[in-house]
Design a protein around this ligand. Sequence first.
Ligand SMILES: [Zn+2]
Length: 134
Amino acid sequence: MHDFLCPKCEGYLRVGENIIFKVKNNKKQSALLLLSPQIGNYTSHKHRTFEIETGEPLEYYCPLCNTSLISDIHKNLAHVLMLDETGVSHHVYFSLIVGEHSTFETDGDSVHIAGEDAGRYTYFKIGDKFRKYF
Ligand SMILES: [Zn+2]
């Protein structure tokens, strides 16, 4: 069972089989969005009154400390921490564009890529340490 943490407050974002985010759509409406903790599974849950459109960027926030989770490597990618069974932390980056399936996970040594749209971000800079993998 991997835990997911906010990179700022290190609060637990995973509850049961969901990772919980606060999001805002382009009409600046706020809502909770639940994503799967399985990397590469893009199932999501939201309230029916919260309207999002394919191709729209969502602003992701930590529901605990309200920090923006936008990554510092690309404006289309959000960033969270993942703890594996052995307590090693990984950085997970995923697209904040609705309907775009790209996820990058790295423990600092290797990068794992998931999602059929991940190729859109192969050019981005993940920091000097990881650049060689892209
Ligand atoms: Zn937080």
